[in-house]
Design a protein around this ligand. Structure first.
Ligand code: NAD
Length: 371
């Protein structure tokens, strides 16, 4: 099987879908690997480091690909350059670009959208949402620490005692828990909340305080469900009051398949301290804060900075690529036997992650959206 990797072309994307370490493992499993020249350069993996790959031009990589590995979804041009029936493994964001899904279907591409991977125990080592969310949570806290006009830790100095910053992490999934751990390491006084009740223990085990907003909304598959209006009102009231004493907020709340829940209103921001900072990881999917704009820092009239981050995993491309590439390898390994690709459609990880195959859209919600 020929596995191909090309340079990412989306603006700001610095990750690469294959690292030299994983290339070596793939080759040992019998795969042949073609790599576009410079594919890993933005993540500091030079062509020369990929000893197990043939370095070729982009067109050659795409034409020869039996399996194409990518971080971002392939462009329409890339899809057109693939052989009919090729396999694509990447983020595919099917809800954002129906024309791409149609192109994948019409070229009879077998496309695996890593976002659709079931969140089961067996799938953990392939879970790109988790590995990349951990990067995002970590980086978001560093951005907040840089922007806030204060120290994070408590300091006892000859010039007196400095009180630690008060940090609130909204949403305690993978990104939120990593944000809590990072803020704790920097010495801040940290609180977190989530609507899934099991997060209380997880937050406390990281040395942070669970902020109880009196709302419990566990949904299916270990995810949160959307709140009712009544629950939202209750959450908002307690939160508005609490935010008045907070220096840094990092928001990470998400509900699968929906726009990000709006948790911090403009009125709440107006009640916060001047100089306070909100970093919104969910800015790209609609924002947890009403003032968030993706890719921008908005300063409220009372001097609160609302930072809408974009693609945080790309800002730590070395480690984000390492984890992403290992995730893809673990997924591909399910189907690689002696270098040959054999897709087992009875395996739910294969079946449920598949977006298009043999000219059909396999993911029901996308099918309804697109057809
Ligand atoms: P996510 O990115 O979908 O959401 C982030 C967090 O936001 C979640 O914890 C969610 O409960 C929370 N949230 C949603 N609405 C909220 C609201 N109104 N207010 C406050 N918080 C709100 O979630 P994720 O980080 O991808 O994962 C969530 C869950 O899935 C976790 O339990 C995680 O342990 C589990 N998980 C399991 C596996 C696995 O076993 N393979 C892998 C990854 C995650």
């Amino acid at each position: 099987t020929t596995v191909a990797v090309v340079r990412e072309t989306v603006a700001g994307e610095r990750r690469v879908a294959l690292t030299p370490e994983v290339a070596k493992k793939l080759k040992a499993r019998g795969a042949r690997i073609v790599l576009q020249d410079g594919a890993g350069a933005s993540a500091y993996f030079a062509d020369a480091a990929y000893a197990d790959c043939e370095v070729v031009a982009a067109t050659a990589a795409l034409e020869q690909a039996e399996v194409l590995l990518k971080v971002q979804p392939p462009s329409l041009d890339e899809i057109a350059a693939l052989q009919e029936g090729a396999v694509v493994i990447a983020h595919l964001q099917p809800h954002l670009a129906p024309e791409r899904t149609r192109a994948l279907r019409d070229r009879k591409i077998t496309a695996f959208a890593m976002e659709l991977l079931p969140r089961t125990t067996r799938a953990q080592a392939m879970d790109v949402l988790s590995s990349q969310a951990a990067v995002a949570g970590y980086k978001a806290v560093l951005i907040a620490a840089e922007a806030v006009p204060k120290f994070f830790p408590m300091l006892t100095t000859a010039a007196g005692t400095i009180r630690p910053s008060k940090v609130l992490i909204v949403g305690a999934g993978v990104a939120g828990l990593q944000a809590i751990a990072t803020a704790r390491r920097l010495g801040a006084q940290v609180e977190g909340f989530d609507v899934r009740p099991e997060t209380k223990e997880q937050i406390e085990s990281l040395g942070a305080k669970f902020l109880d907003l009196g709302v419990s909304a566990a949904g299916s598959g270990g995810y949160a469900r959307e709140l009712t209006q009544d629950e939202r009102d209750r959450q908002q009231q307690v939160l508005a009051d609490h935010l008045k004493g907070i220096d840094v907020v990092v928001t990470t709340a998400a509900v699968p398949g929906r726009r990000a829940p709006r948790i911090i209103s403009a009125a709440m921001v107006a009640g916060m301290k001047p100089g306070a900072v909100i970093v919104d990881i969910a800015a790209e999917s609609g924002g947890n804060c009403e003032l968030s704009e993706a890719g921008k820092t908005v300063i409220s009239s009372n001097g609160v900075s609302v930072i809408g981050t974009v693609n945080l995993p790309a800002s730590a491309p070395v480690h984000a690529s390492e984890m992403y590439a290992r995730n893809l390898y673990n997924f591909l390994e399910l189907s690689l036997k002696d270098g040959a690709l054999n897709l087992d459609w009875n395996d739910e990880l294969i079946a449920k992650t598949c977006l298009t195959h043999a000219g059909e859209i396999k993911h029901e919600p996308t099918k309804q959206l697109v057809e």
